[in-house]
Design a protein around this ligand. Structure first.
Ligand code: AMP
Ligand code: ZN
Length: 489
């Protein structure tokens, strides 16, 4: 039984799909005018975990993610420059080039972080027709009005406007000042904006109301309806989307169709730095490539994200990333040892069987051994797997799920560990069973050569001394028939 926290009801609810087995999930995708920062990527690790949990539970998932390549204004509201147009002007490039360049980096980062690609990526600029059609419906139903600079949605026409964010319209009226221009209500928002001067913008289209471009919110309503239908199961985004973007998506969609738009609204909390939201406008702190340059592989960042619940803000700094790096490395080392032990055990078993003393019982033993090893491969530890499933199905509780994994690998009595870890990694996506290529530092390489020389000269004292030196540098040397093998401590 999967339970998810629904922002709409502010409760954890039992998840009930609209169709028995098929689930539609829409995730608000990136605005592709700049490098994705680690905060953006936290949001997409969250939607990835959600998707993996749905798949784990046996659902078929159609996951749609939009690409905002027009209409998102600097202010996040209806005033100011278009983020893509501004970046294109600054970099002296075409708007489309800007969008494709940054989208590619997003996709590369998704791969590095093992974020499953959405089933459909859809660009706002490729769905202008659908957006115009939706605005026409809203116009026909009397929800719009025209001003000098665009076509607006009249929020006072909707009884339950603001229900997602629990906006108190009266407080808003008295609250912070909004540049109203010709808007009738503070919360009204643009569906279509007119170009200030024709052909000054790179991206503009003809519409029944004048040349211009769509507002930021209408793209998500139009594209989610196109690909997932008018009523969908789950919609996700960052917590900053609750009060405006998602509130307005609900308003337009429900006004147009007269139906409930989304059953479950899920929001990921911010990644912060010194308590403040990491944001593109303030430089974005780090990208994944920057972290790589600093010696942190992308999955270390994914591990860090899994240590916090998706609804809790996580304060980022390089110290907690370093801790995540150490824990992740330790986790992989222990798992690699479990794998090696299993291999050795298998080798031992086949050696015993091949020895002449065993020839009499060979046939029987072979049979039982092959059965045992098969059983070991297939069996997973029921107790731990149940605990793990309980955690992931309790509103994607990754912190508890990670604790289950740590307990499992330390438990000497647990059964079928490797297979259990494989199942667990379907959710974590941490490549826990992938053989790691150790990049040996030059200094260690030198010491190994020295030690080999000492061993050849039978200078055991020196060989041991060098082994200790290597150990202090974080590596353990094992002498095997095939030569010295290195392992990270
Ligand atoms: P944008 O590209 O600015 O449209 O943002 C893409 C996604 O990243 C949205 O879902 C945002 O809510 C999310 N986001 C932006 N900043 C952060 C942050 N600091 N922490 C978590 N998510 C964020
Ligand atoms: Zn959206």
């Amino acid at each position: 039984m999967l339970r998810l926290y629904n922002t709409l009801t502010r409760k954890k609810e039992i998840f009930k799909p609209i169709e028995k087995n098929k689930i539609g999930v829409y995730t608000c995708g990136p605005t592709v005018y700049s490098y994705p920062h680690i905060g953006n990527l936290r949001s997409y690790i969250f939607s990835d975990i959600l998707k993996r949990v749905l798949l784990y539970n046996g659902y078929k998932v159609k996951h749609v993610m939009n690409v905002t390549d027009v209409g998102h204004l600097i202010s996040d509201a209806d005033i100011g420059e278009d983020k893509i147009e501004k970046a294109a002007e600054k970099e002296g490039k075409k708007a489309g080039e800007i969008a494709n360049y940054y989208l590619k980096i997003f996709k590369d980062d998704f791969k590095k972080l093992n974020i499953l690609s959405p089933d459909i990526w859809c660009k706002a600029t490729e769905h202008i027709k659908e957006q115009i059609e939706l605005i026409k419906i809203l116009e026909k139903k009397g929800f719009t009005y025209k001003t000098d600079d665009g076509v607006y949605f009249d929020t006072s026409k909707l009884k339950d406007y603001g229900k997602l964010a629990r906006l108190k319209i009266e407080d808003l009226k008295a609250g912070k000042r909004v540049d109203m221009r010709d808007k009738k209500n503070k919360t009204d928002f643009a569906l279509w904006k007119f170009s200030e001067e024709p052909r000054k913008r790179q991206q503009e289209w003809q519409s029944p109301w004048g040349v211009g471009f769509p507002g930021w919110h209408i793209e998500c309503s139009a594209m989610s309806m196109k690909y997932l239908g008018e009523h969908i199961d789950i919609h996700t985004g960052g917590e900053d989307h609750i009060s405006v973007h998602h509130t307005n998506e609900i308003a337009q969609s429900e006004a147009a169709t007269g139906k409930k738009f989304v059953n479950y609204w899920l929001h990921g909390a911010f990644l912060t730095f010194k308590g403040k939201k990491i944001s593109k406008s303030k430089g974005g702190l780090y990208t994944i490539s920057k972290l790589e340059e600093k010696g942190f592989e992308p999955l270390v960042y994914r591990y860090l994200i899994l240590t916090a619940h998706y609804r809790k803000q996580l304060d980022f700094n390089l110290d907690n990333l370093e801790n995540a790096k150490n824990s992740y490395q330790r986790l992989k080392n222990i798992i690699s040892k479990i794998k090696d032990d299993k291999e050795n055990q298998r080798l031992q078993e086949s050696k015993i069987l091949d020895s002449p003393e065993n020839s009499k019982s060979r046939e029987f033993s072979r049979f039982s051994v092959s059965k045992i090893s098969k059983r070991q491969e297939e069996i997973s530890d029921k107790k731990y797997l149940e605990e793990f499933e309980k955690a992931i199905n309790d509103d994607l509780d990754m912190t508890s799920a990670l604790a289950v994994l740590w307990n499992l690998i330390r438990d000497k009595k647990a059964e079928g560990k490797i297979n259990t870890i494989k199942k667990i990694d379907e959710i974590f996506g941490l490549d826990l069973l992938k053989k790691e290529k150790i990049k040996i530092p030059e200094k260690i390489k030198g010491l190994i050569v020295k030690r080999e020389k000492a061993r050849k000269e039978k200078d055991w004292g020196m060989a041991d001394e060098i082994r200790e030196k290597i150990k202090k540098l974080g590596y353990l040397i094992n002498d095997t028939k095939e030569g010295a093998k290195l392992e990270r401590i």
